[in-house]
Design a protein around this ligand. Structure first.
Ligand SMILES: [Zn+2]
Length: 280
């Protein structure tokens, strides 16, 4: 068994043994690419989670939900066509709705070849866990598909315009990534996005401060529970791949990896978006 597999097993066990009951909180799951051969595995994960948590719809955020039982929200980053197919074949039949974060500069064939290759090269590194190569379903979804998702109760969020590391950009460039993607989504779907997911989960104090000015909700890649009754503008999320076991998915929603983000979460809770750079 590899070291990685041992670590996974440890986390599964710790999640199952020490965190027996799901807490009345909101967990947000983050998927990326869903290869066609893993759609059934995704369904098994969601079925297992549904035994102890109810799935929230994106609209529940704006309604200031009064739920008290454990909740879960599904999100997909990067706007792959495979995520659209997963919705049709896995989420929709189960009545689950999600937020799909799209990289607006990659949709509609107006992308520069360089930007597209850079994006795919980055994904090649990050998607190794589930897949070794690329397939057609890793193309960006179309604006028609994005509009259809909205029409059926899902939400389209922004994942920036170019998927760059935002902390490495100037204030003006960050602003452009935030605003340009918002305008493109509004123009192409008729809905102004309220949600933004940070590319690579990467942030600093400047990025957060600018992001919360443009969006009601900013999704991080920091493990942890969110409040059900008082949803904050900065949201913690659990990154998961469909190739993980269903047991691991349940353990994740019970907080099996919360310890990894302990320091960041404490800082973010204490400071909110007005982070000092010491906290990042
Ligand atoms: Zn991404």
């Amino acid at each position: 068994m590899s070291i990685r597999a041992h670590v996974r097993l440890y986390h599964e066990l710790s999640g199952l043994l020490y965190l027996r009951q799901p807490k009345p909180d909101l967990r947000i799951l983050t998927y990326h690419h869903v290869p066609p051969f893993l759609r059934d595995a995704l369904g098994s994960q969601l079925d297992s989670i549904s035994r102890e948590r109810s799935f929230l719809r994106p609209e529940d955020f704006s309604n200031n939900s009064t739920r008290t039982s454990p909740g879960v929200l599904v999100t997909f980053d990067d706007g792959f066509e495979s995520a659209f197919r997963a919705y049709e074949e896995v989420l929709r039949p189960r009545g689950i709705r999600a937020i799909y974060f799209v990289v607006t500069g990659l949709i509609g064939g107006n992308t520069s070849v360089v930007a597209r290759h850079r994006f795919l090269a980055q994904l090649k590194l990050s998607n190794k866990k589930c897949v070794s190569g690329f397939d057609e379903s890793q193309s960006p979804m179309s604006w028609e598909q994005a509009s259809q998702l909205i029409g059926e109760g899902n939400e389209i969020g922004s994942h920036s315009d170019s998927h760059l590391m935002l902390p490495s950009l100037s204030d003006r460039e960050i602003q452009r990534e935030l605003v340009e993607s918002k305008v493109r989504i509004a123009d192409n779907t008729g809905r102004v996005p309220q949600h933004f997911a940070l590319p690579f989960g990467s942030y600093d104090a400047r990025v957060l401060a600018l992001a919360v000015q443009e969006y009601s909700f900013v999704h991080l890649t920091v493990h942890g529970p969110n409040s059900l009754s008082d949803v904050q503008s900065l949201l913690f999320r659990e990154t998961i791949e469909p190739c993980e076991s269903a047991r691991f998915a349940v353990a994740l929603t019970r907080g099996a990896l919360d310890h990894r983000s302990c320091f960041r979460r404490r800082c973010l809770r204490a400071c909110g978006p007005q982070l000092s750079d010491k906290c990042v």
